[in-house]
Design a protein. Structure first.
Length: 343
């Protein structure tokens, strides 16, 4: 198997995320994890950079180059760019053997419309897939988190991504009830930007807002006093300015989107069949996705629901790992994939 050729036509799974795209190759695991960002030269429509390099360019490009994030709220906002990004990532993993077309499983948010779903499939085919299958993100996250999704017991997963938060209760390989809201990490960043603008007349970039959120943001008070400097443009003077904010202020800033996420969890529990509610009481809620890493998020969900909450250890990659598991055990796990729509 050591030969390059063994890699021909390898099945893949893609977690096409709003913030990051991960590619899992059957038999090799996650081989690529990069920001879902593409930098394009507007004059020639050529791609200047993709992924990590392109993310560094957000908010820092001259007029003829734009750094775009082709996915918004978990769905494709710019089809052409998404397809080119996907093709770029797949070919990078596939090196020069792109004549053998792989089967690709793509993870999508559970609340996505059939039109949006078709767009994702089409992007996969355009990027060179032989066959595209779709798996719902909460299902993939649950499999990736190691929950026994095929047993007749209630498994609850809360996956807080960049563009969406997926809450689902899963039993016997299917989603019993779910809630998909278009609030996630991005929404928290924007809340930080809005707060800085309102309170300090300071204009922040997206990247700065994200860094602040990661450094000192939290979902519930933990008694620690944290501070950080933020740099931006003063809206009054138009000049660069640095201010110091406290963790408490940032918590206040992101209060609203955090509440929205917690409410989605409560709403899903509310619709849960009683037998499964008992199971979840025993087994707890699995918390995953990048947003699960916000300080105190697990504590907050625990306090508000009264359920035990486990932070999944591979929170950032669980969707990719779960989708990858579907690629590894394709025959066994085929039932969890979204059935083909008959046209």
């Amino acid at each position: 198997m050591g030969s390059k050729l063994a890699f021909l036509g390898r099945d893949m799974a893609v977690d096409l995320g709003t913030a990051n795209t991960l590619v899992y190759v059957r038999g090799r695991g996650i081989v690529l994890n990069e920001p879902s960002v593409v930098a394009i030269n507007t004059a020639s429509r050529k791609i200047v950079a993709v992924g990590i390099e392109a993310k560094r360019m957000i908010g820092r490009t001259p007029g003829n180059i734009v750094a775009v994030r082709p996915l918004k709220d978990g769905v494709i906002a710019d089809f052409d760019v998404t397809e080119r990004m996907l093709r770029y990532f797949i070919q990078r993993v596939h090196n020069r053997f792109h004549f053998a077309k792989p089967r690709i499983i793509i993870a999508v948010p559970s609340g996505i419309t059939s039109v949006e779903q078709r767009a994702v499939k089409e992007a996969g085919y355009q990027a060179g897939a032989r066959k595209v299958y779709i798996v719902e993100e909460p299902m993939a996250a649950a499999i990736g988190a190691g929950l026994p999704v095929h047993e007749p017991t209630g498994n609850m997963v809360v996956d807080i991504g960049g563009g969406t938060t997926e809450v689902a209760i899963i039993s016997m390989g299917g989603v019993v009830t779910s809630e998909s809201i278009r609030v996630g990490g991005d929404e928290l960043d924007h809340a930080v930007m809005t707060y800085a603008k309102k309170e300090f007349s300071l204009m922040l970039g997206e990247r700065t807002a994200e860094e602040i959120k990661i450094a000192i943001g939290s979902a519930c008070p933990d008694g620690e006093e944290t501070h950080a400097e933020i740099r931006g443009r003063d809206l009054v003077t138009g000049l660069p300015k640095t201010i110091v904010v406290s963790g408490e202020e940032i918590r206040k800033a992101i209060e609203e989107p955090v509440n929205t996420i917690v409410d989605a969890v409560k709403a899903t529990l509310d619709r849960c069949p009683p037998e499964l509610s008992g199971d979840i009481m025993d087994r707890g809620i699995a918390l995953t996705g990048g947003g699960a890493l916000l300080k105190g998020m697990d504590e907050r969900v625990k306090v508000e629901t009264g359920m035990p909450v486990h932070l999944v250890e591979n929170a950032l990659d669980s969707v990719a790992i779960g989708s990858g598991r579907c690629a590894e055990e394709f025959e066994a796990l085929q039932q969890v994939l979204v059935p083909e729509s008959r046209h």
